[in-house]
Design a protein around this ligand. Structure first.
Ligand SMILES: [Zn+2]
Length: 251
């Protein structure tokens, strides 16, 4: 049985002497496929089978329980800058690792978000904002959208003093605060709110910082909150994170 799908290559491994094993992320979910002879004959797939390339995959299912065979691939979007910009590549590797380790993920909206995000990373270097933007918004697709507008326990909208707890899932009001929460400065909350509300096609990171008077400490805190949030809800270690942070230090 033949079928075709749009797909993002999220990881690849050598298989035997000449074949490649590819993990594809598609609007219908993730699965592995075999590209036969892909390492022997470069001609067949040209350079299409690199990580984070977005392709139209033409596949063939053989028998039940066996991996589908990648018969042909057409290019949709091949990011080039991430191949020459080390930071971009490490950053996308971090996203690739998360996608690969999440046990079940799918759906057209999640796929389109990741696809647009790869496009964005290709042309944008603003990692200070790209990273928390991805982390906070990706949580939405996992069904754990951080609540940044009202108290997670009682629904009250705090006006002046904001408490925040990652295990509780977001904001807490004065009445509901507990021992594990911390105070969140209003300008930090404002940035987090903008990050989680701003649609990807309207992203303007320069606009975001305008009039915000953010110092290094504030930015570090925003980065930490977004990262801790994602880490709290993902039940696995992200190996590439330490490396990514070293690479992004000083950005
Ligand atoms: Zn409350």
């Amino acid at each position: 049985m033949f079928f075709s799908t749009e797909a993002i290559i999220i990881s690849k491994k050598d298989l035997g002497e000449i074949d490649l094993l590819l993990e594809l992320f598609t609007p219908k979910g993730k699965f592995w496929t075999i590209a036969k002879g892909a390492r022997k004959s470069r001609k067949r797939f040209v350079n299409l089978l690199e990580e984070f390339n977005i392709i139209k995959a033409h596949l063939r299912k053989t028998s039940k329980g066996k991996l589908p065979i990648l018969e042909k691939a057409d290019f949709i979007f091949l990011p080039e800058n991430i191949r020459i910009d080390y930071k971009k590549y490490i950053f996308l590797s971090y996203i690739g690792e998360i996608l690969s380790k999440i046990s079940s993920i799918g759906g057209e909206k999640t796929f389109n978000f990741v696809k647009s995000f790869i496009n964005l990373v290709e042309t944008n270097n603003n990692f200070i904002w790209l990273k928390p933007y991805f982390e906070l918004n990706f949580l939405k697709f996992l069904g754990w959208c951080p609540e940044l507008f009202r108290c997670v326990k009682c629904g009250y909208e705090p006006k002046k003093i904001f408490y925040f707890s990652i295990p509780e899932g977001g904001l807490l009001c004065y009445k509901c605060k507990d021992d594990r929460c911390e105070i969140l400065e209003a300008n930090i909350l404002e940035i987090l709110r903008i990050l989680i509300k701003m649609p990807l096609n309207k992203l303007n990171f320069l606009e975001l910082e305008k009039g915000m008077d953010l110092n290094r400490k504030n930015k570090t805190k925003i980065l930490k909150i977004a990262e801790d949030f994602l880490k709290f809800f993902l039940l696995f270690d992200i190996n590439s994170l330490k490396f990514l942070k070293e690479v992004l230090e000083g950005v």
